[in-house]
Design a protein. Structure first.
Length: 318
């Protein structure tokens, strides 16, 4: 079978070889695929792998040999799964690979924001420590996480792992999820409606999938309920946030900061208002990208393909 990878660079920039996938068919890997070249590249493909390159209804209709689509990620909204189902083409994803990597990222940017080690390092190297005359100085008030409230929106694998680490720092945990089941066994945990979570939390971390129903649900109304000292973190999907509303809230000091690994259009556009917002830390959709996580993703993708070839597809989302 011919296997075509449409956008393989982020999964394997050189340190995560396609060996496990190569064993399963005639493999053709493209680092990136412009929209105009999608149809041509998959015209004779039996299996297509994609991360963020869209597979639309019209693309599926024109790919006459296509039998299976495997998404190189957990989120699969990049594929028209209904159109694939109509042609009896299973679509699989990789449900578990970056749980620890993303949870680690969330705590890393949170700790960075409240301690600013790089800014203090620059200040020391610029001579500010020598000039201050004291054995200690800091550029802004510092904060302990212990005793604060950590709000998690989306209590799946990543949300739960992130909350577990926050709890280890001594934080109380509030969680909102459409399925409120299997609460963790640690103390200082409670389920919450979304409005109360935003109002009560010192840190709000988004870990829910993006759907038509929750697009831009973090808007001016919800942001207005947050504490002025609160921090918003998004390592899920950029479309969950109304970006102009968030930029406005940050610029008027309605919350202390936003730590964002994702935005609505990626790569970020020059006119994105968050680029000019105060106290907004932006990273380039990297929370998932630890090499260990990418290797798990590669192996599970190979497992998805092997299972399809054997006639028993796994991780099917449609």
């Amino acid at each position: 079978m011919k296997i075509v990878v449409l956008d393989g660079y982020t999964l394997n920039p050189g340190d995560n070889p396609w060996t496990a996938v190569e064993k399963l068919g005639d493999l053709e890997v493209y680092d990136r695929t412009p929209i105009a070249e999608i149809d041509g590249r998959i015209s004779d493909a039996d299996i297509v792998l994609t991360n963020k390159t869209p597979i639309t209804e019209s693309t599926i209709a024109r790919a006459s040999k296509l039998k299976f689509i495997s998404v190189l990620a957990t989120g699969f909204n990049i594929v028209d799964v209904a159109a694939a189902r109509a042609r009896n083409i299973p679509v699989s994803n990789v449900p578990v690979y970056g749980t620890d990597a993303v949870a680690q990222y969330v705590m890393a940017v949170l700790l960075h924001f409240i301690h600013r080690p790089h800014e203090h390092d620059r200040a020391v190297r610029a001579g500010e420590w020598q000039r201050c005359g004291d054995f200690s100085f800091w550029l802004q008030p510092l904060m302990e996480l212990a005793g604060k409230t950590f709000g998690v929106v989306g209590f799946g694998r990543i949300g739960r792992r992130t909350a577990e680490i926050a709890h280890a720092f001594g934080m109380r945990v509030l969680a909102h999820d459409v399925h409120q089941a299997n609460p963790p066994n640690y103390s200082e945990f409670a389920w919450s409606d979304i409005e109360s979570l935003f109002a009560r939390s010192d840190v709000v971390s988004l870990h829910c999938p993006q759907t038509a129903e929750n697009r831009e649900f973090v808007n001016a109304r919800l942001l207005s309920q947050m504490k002025r000292t609160a921090i918003l973190i998004n390592a899920s999907r950029g479309g969950l946030i109304q970006e102009q509303d968030l930029a406005n809230a940050l610029n008027r000091g309605a919350l202390a900061g936003a730590l964002l690994d994702v935005v609505s259009v990626e790569p970020i556009r020059d006119d994105n208002p968050l680029l000019q917002a105060k106290n907004c830390l932006l990273t380039p959709h990297m929370a998932w990208a630890a090499v260990e996580a990418r290797r798990r993703l590669m192996q599970t993708t190979a497992d998805n393909i092997a299972a399809f070839i054997s006639g028993t597809p796994i991780h099917v989302v449609n």
